[in-house]
Design a protein around this ligand. Structure first.
Ligand SMILES: [Zn+2]
Length: 312
């Protein structure tokens, strides 16, 4: 009798302990109490993870090897957005083709434009290439100024600040944690910036060609000169006349490098490079463009080392 009772209570203890462990595991794996954050791009995800640390669970809709202008909306993204506390977007209509419909379908007032969890990461970024008249004529997809601003690492600080503001609005209890993470982010960025700038210094003023007009902020930061683009207009694929124009420019100015992004096919760039004895290099436009680039800092580590190698 005693033995049986012992066994039963043993089973019961095991059950209770097991249940407790399962609960603890669930709590950890689902991030109980964490802010649920959805970002459009992995660069925003990386910065949000840095600022939020353990307090946030961050998911990026786009991957680092997708063209951020064109992402196919999927039902799973709507579910994520419906449950999100914070939503971070690049803004400036970069994601005009996919974000408005996702936000509409998610029906989550918190993360709609103007909601406390909505973050337009471009707020406060000194914008480049603001057109004098906003028009989508000829397929222009940069109507409010060039939206690829995260490619200047110094703009990462502005993005981080915007994200912090939303975390503090939605989760004021952890304000001091977010603020100390922001401080660490900025210090890390400043330290890395010195290394990147030193690596790029010998190539100041170097002329290059790019496929899509997504490098003005990078160019501004590192002192390169991007002379022309294979796309005749942002979002319009290269045309024979544009390629001929580029070939002439490259020959005239002795330009040897064409920069493309992971989501463009290389045919037209290869053709031009062959005609002028130049080379094509693929730079990362986002975190996750390849498996080595896991953070916002590594994005610039990669691009700087690729360019150094190409110029050498
Ligand atoms: Zn663009």
């Amino acid at each position: 009798m005693d033995r049986r009772r012992m066994t039963m209570s043993g089973t019961r203890i095991r059950f209770v302990v097991g249940f407790g462990l399962a609960l603890a595991f669930l709590t950890v794996s689902t991030g109980y109490g964490q802010l649920k954050v959805v970002t459009t791009l992995p660069d925003l995800e990386s910065i949000a993870k840095f600022i939020g640390g353990e307090q946030v669970d961050v998911y990026s809709i786009a991957t680092g090897f997708q063209n951020p202008h064109f992402v196919d909306p999927k039902p799973s993204y709507i579910l994520r957005l419906a449950r999100a506390d914070v939503f971070v977007t690049v803004g400036l209509d970069l994601e005009i083709g996919w974000v408005p419909s996702l936000l509409n379908s998610a029906r989550n007032a918190k993360i709609q434009k103007g909601g406390e969890g909505y973050v337009d990461a471009s707020l406060g970024v000194p914008l480049l290439q603001i057109p004098t008249s906003a028009s989508r004529a000829q397929g222009d997809i940069h109507v409010y100024g060039n939206p690829h601003y995260w490619l200047n690492p110094l703009n990462g600080k502005v993005i981080a600040r915007n994200i912090l503001d939303a975390f503090v609005r939605t989760d004021p209890d952890h304000r001091s944690i977010y603020e100390s993470n922001l401080k660490e982010f900025n210090e890390t960025l400043d330290a890395r910036m010195k290394l990147w700038a030193a690596s790029m210094l010998p190539y100041k003023g170097k002329k290059i060609i790019a496929y899509h007009n997504e490098w003005p902020y990078f160019e501004q930061c590192f002192g390169l000169q991007i002379v022309d683009f294979l796309e005749p207009k942002p979002g319009i694929p290269p045309t024979p006349s544009q390629l001929l124009k580029i070939i002439n420019t490259m020959k005239r100015d002795r330009i040897k490098i064409i920069v493309i992004s992971p989501y463009f096919t290389t045919e037209s760039a290869d053709l031009v490079a062959r005609s002028v004895g130049g080379k094509v290099i693929t730079l990362a436009t986002s975190v996750g463009a390849n498996e080595k680039i896991k953070t916002y800092f590594e994005l610039f580590d990669h691009n700087v080392s690729q360019l150094e190698e190409a110029f050498r």
